[in-house]
Design a protein around this ligand. Structure first.
Ligand code: SF4
Ligand code: SF4
Length: 291
């Protein structure tokens, strides 16, 4: 099963929940994989401290123009939506760092003057953290192809056991790449006006994607009860509530796991997984009945 942990905004405890869920399930005997898909700011490794066994350059195709074959027609520049290729006074300029590797310019060139060559946009690393299979990626500075890195890491998802996907914050294309085709999305939030506002956007995203989802409220005893009211009105399950704890906050600041300093949470994470499992089963049954 693939479970994505996402949030409409950063700083809501998404990585805390994802890493502690992974560790709790692993200690409970599950085959667990943790994939950090926050390629711009991965920090799951700070908590899980994996031993890396493999590091791979992630490459994407970018256009290369044969200026001798090029007729300067400008069709490639007209097509590109990202300003990554342009024709100036009959000469084509390529800005590789802006290219999104759609392949459109290569396809549209009437004289086949464009071929593709690989450009490195980051690295992906894979390893092991006390029995948890670990994967993450790191975007090169100035590169824009975060979805390519996320896609690369997700291709390494195991089919057996549980795969926890730590999604980037927000609701942009990088988040879609991280959560699409997962079995369940757990939306982490906080009980504040900011948490609620971003939760609403995130709920809209997962509803459009048609993925079963629920909410985890971090630091549930601060702020107000508007997130709970919203979830009740929208018939959204609150799957986990984590109280504010100085002990947990101090552990976080040292890069330590919540379940190490507050072992009582381990069982809560196991129950969370069991509840997610049964929600996914219910959703699958409903889907089969509707067909
Ligand atoms: S591959 Fe797509 S994004 Fe890249 S330069 Fe060509 S048209 Fe633009
Ligand atoms: S589409 Fe081909 S021929 Fe036309 S400007 Fe671009 S590279 Fe040159």
């Amino acid at each position: 099963m693939n479970i994505a942990v996402a949030s409409g905004k950063g700083g809501t405890g998404k990585t805390t929940i994802a890493t502690n869920l992974a560790l709790s399930l692993s200690r409970n005997g599950c085959e667990v994989q943790y994939l950090d898909c926050d390629a711009e700011e991965p920090n799951g490794h700070i908590f899980l401290k994996p031993e890396f066994e493999q590091s791979v350059d992630v490459m994407v195709p970018v256009p290369h123009v044969d200026q001798y074959q090029c007729t300067g027609c400008g069709l490639c520049g007209d097509l590109c939506q990202y300003g990554a290729i342009t024709c100036v006074k009959g000469k084509v300029l390529v800005f590789e760092e802006l290219c999104h590797s759609c392949g459109g310019c290569t396809a549209v060139c009437p004289v086949n003057a464009i071929t593709e060559r690989d450009r490195k946009v980051g690295i992906a690393e894979f390893g092991n953290s006390n029995g948890i299979k670990f994967g993450h990626s790191l975007l090169d500075t100035g590169a824009v192809q975060t979805p390519a890195l996320i896609n690369y890491v997700r291709k390494h998802a195991v089919t057996d056991g549980v795969c926890i996907i730590d999604a980037p914050p927000g609701t942009s294309c990088t988040v879609i790449e991280a959560v699409k085709n997962t079995d369940y999305v757990l939306l982490a939030t906080e009980p504040t006006p900011f948490g609620l506002s971003d939760l609403k956007v995130a709920v809209g995203m997962v509803r459009r994607l048609g993925i079963p989802f629920g909410v985890a409220i971090n630091r549930c005893d601060i702020g107000d009860d508007e997130v709970e009211v919203y979830c009740r009105e929208e018939d959204i399950d609150i799957m986990l509530s984590i109280p504010n704890s100085r002990k947990v906050a101090e552990a976080y600041s040292r890069g330590e796991m919540m379940v190490e300093v507050s072992p009582e949470f381990a069982q809560k994470f196991v129950i969370l997984y069991e509840n997610i499992n049964s929600e996914v089963d219910d959703a699958t049954t409903e889907l089969s009945a509707s067909h």
